[in-house]
Design a protein around this ligand. Structure first.
Ligand code: BGC
Length: 254
């Protein structure tokens, strides 16, 4: 099965599209439904089921779904930017029941990372690639020679006193504190230099909504040595990565 539905659950929108997992291309136009206020499991589950209906009931294959928190063995274990009732929930079972399909759940940044390394800005890059997504929070994906180390959660590194990095350097923090791009890039540089010193990656890929606006911030981000590029798949990375991982896991029977 090469075409798989990928669904990306985000803070403001829940987006889906069928993906050709051999090429990473969407085979139909992306469909987006606003995230219900509060992002409670029972409401999000309804939206996911609606997206599955939108793309055709006759399909019976597996689907890939991202979640903006830790995902371990099908359970959601954190909820920094969604309702607390996700913590400890068997979200895989919830979505499987709501959709009647075999669901594979993955952290949103991990999905984006897998997509970028397979089909985007990290393609054919040897060694350690780190994908950091700047949005409501900061998501991270760590891939070595294409192999994902899941749930790295580097948006929650402590930085600046008692603050998590994401509450100070995310795109939401940029908007909240009314920073210009240079001001935000200064914060992002402080954060990225810290990550750089800890991991010595070969490449940083910057994803999330602001990857489309790299001309505004890229020249202001200053690192010690690591090259940095914007994500190539931009808003589609989560959808594509979710579908790729679902395809892989359903092939391997995990
Ligand atoms: C969550 C991560 C997620 C990131 C981006 C963070 O607050 O803890 O799991 O990847 O936001 O959505």
């Amino acid at each position: 099965m090469s075409v798989i539905l990928g669904i990306d659950i985000g803070g403001s929108g829940i987006k889906g599209a069928p993906v050709d997992t051999r090429t990473g291309q969407l085979v139909a136009e992306r469909h987006r439904i606003p995230t219900p206020a509060g992002a409670r499991p029972e409401d999000v589950q309804e939206v996911v089921a609606e997206l599955v209906r939108h793309f055709g009931q006759e399909e019976k294959g597996p689907i890939g779904v991202t979640f903006p928190g830790i995902v371990l063995h099908g359970k959601t274990l954190s909820a920094a930017n969604v309702d607390d009732s996700w913590i400890g929930l068997d979200a895989d079972a919830l979505f499987t029941e709501a959709t009647g399909r075999d669901v594979f759940l993955v952290n949103d940044a991990d999905a984006a990372g897998v997509a970028e390394v397979r089909f985007g800005a990290g393609r054919d890059v040897p060694g350690l690639v780190m994908v950091l997504t700047f949005g409501t929070g900061i998501g991270s994906a760590l891939l070595h020679s294409g192999v994902l180390v899941p749930n790295t959660e580097l948006g929650h590194l402590w930085l600046k006193g008692d603050k998590h990095a994401e509450s100070w350097a995310s795109d939401r923090a940029r908007e909240r504190d009314d920073l210009n791009w240079k001001g935000w890039a200064k914060r992002a540089s402080t954060y990225l230099r810290h990550v750089e010193a800890l991991f010595s990656p070969d490449l940083f890929i910057i994803g999330g909504g602001l990857s489309k606006k790299a001309d505004k911030w890229q020249e202001h981000v200053k690192l010690a040595r690591t090259p940095l590029v914007p994500a190539a798949l931009q808003n589609e990375a989560g959808i594509v990565g979710a579908a790729l991982l679902a395809a892989e896991r359903s092939r391997s029977g995990r």
